[in-house]
Design a protein around this ligand. Structure first.
Ligand code: FAD
Length: 318
């Protein structure tokens, strides 16, 4: 098949949303092509590739690691006949049909009747070396995903926005104490969320504080954090076993800016109850359009919706 012979469906992204969309599209005989990503905006397999145990994805009573779960998704896609290219999409043109998609470099151009965008999002990190070496060993960016590993233990949450308030409140239902660390002297979260935090006896707040280091890299587990008071420069160690970074996420939507309607926070806008975007024939699923739930199972669910929407749209539009 020549590169420019239009594909029925091109799926961009290989997280739970992309693979689920591709599996459903393949079973509908749409012969989908998946561009699974390489370096831009994440890694093949998506965010679960940087986590250890996944205990909340249904169907795995014995816990499964994130990379093993994504390996199974990929194997299922291949078994269903999905064609996969391991590279990044560098540019798209959604202004004319068929849509055009450039992969890797300007010379590799593909055409598609429908496009399923499943490029996900990335958690923002503090950028400390100790934070990245302890990721998955006590350092996390997702309380709903990993909070249960710290039942009745002491945890730290870093951040001052809505995400941080939500994560701290959620963790207070599971953990013994939650220390909320914030660089400024007040939060930017909504008033209601702040009040919920202020009233919670399990949450202690450290304002004007920055994390210098997560401990203990030598032990390979989290034992605390070295925190520095930005007003008086005092340093202290706050013991904890879980360290949650809650400073927000960045959706991988640079490719679509100016072509698809985005929310103010950069996520793709979809028509409620569907995966339809502002361009007919382009569908979005998973974290790239979801800043509320952000779970593998919800990403997979919306991936299924995108494939069904694409199949029905093609049926209606020839
Ligand atoms: P992603 O998983 O983000 O995948 C996006 C895909 O798009 C990637 O393959 C990437 O390479 C690709 N991509 C991006 N840009 C391009 C491009 N230009 N060209 C081609 N490809 C591109 N959820 C749970 O349910 N349970 C958990 O235990 C859990 N633990 C987590 C732990 C951590 C540390 C993190 C960060 C998240 C965790 N989550 C968990 C959340 C879960 O990982 C996400 O909700 C889910 O992965 C979203 O799936 P997605 O397919 O929408 O996107």
């Amino acid at each position: 098949m020549s590169l420019l012979e239009p594909r029925n469906v091109i799926v961009i992204g290989s997280g739970p949303a992309g693979h689920t969309a591709a599996i459903y599209a393949s079973r509908a005989n749409l012969k989908p092509l998946m561009i699974e990503g390489l370096a831009r905006g994440g890694i093949p397999g998506g965010q679960l590739m940087i986590t250890n145990d996944v205990e909340n994805y249904p169907g795995f009573p014995e816990k499964i690691t994130g990379p093993d779960l994504m390996k199974a998704f990929r194997e299922q896609s291949i078994a269903q006949g999905v064609e996969i290219i391991t590279d990044d999409v560098i540019k798209v043109d959604l202004t004319a049909r068929p849509f055009r998609v450039w992969v890797g470099d300007e010379k590799s151009e593909y055409a598609a009747r429908t496009l399923i965008v499943a490029t996900g999002a990335q958690a923002k990190w503090l950028g400390l070396a100790s934070e990245s070496s302890l990721q998955g060993r006590g350092v996390s960016a997702c309380a709903v995903c990993d909070g249960a590993f710290f039942r009745n233990q002491d945890v730290i949450v870093v951040g001052g926005g809505d995400t941080a308030m939500e994560e701290a409140t959620y963790l207070s239902g599971i953990c013994r104490t939650v220390t909320l660390v914030h660089r400024r002297d007040s939060f930017r979260a909504s008033k209601t969320m702040q009040e919920r935090v202020f009233k919670n006896p399990k949450i202690k707040i450290l304002y004007n504080s920055a994390v210098d280091e997560v401990l203990d890299v030598d032990k390979g587990e989290v034992t605390g954090a070295r925190i520095h008071d930005l007003k008086n420069n005092e340093k202290r160690i706050v013991p904890c076993t879980g360290f949650f970074v809650a400073i927000g996420h960045t959706p991988n939507t640079d490719l679509f800016a100016g072509q698809l309607d985005l929310h103010d926070n950069g996520y793709i806008r979809t028509k409620p109850g569907s995966s339809y975007t502002s361009v007919a024939g382009v569908f979005a699923c998973g974290d790239v359009q979801d800043f509320t739930y952000r779970q593998a199972v919800t990403a997979a669910g919306t991936g299924c919706m995108a494939a069904l929407d694409a199949e029905r749209w093609m049926g209606a539009h020839g």
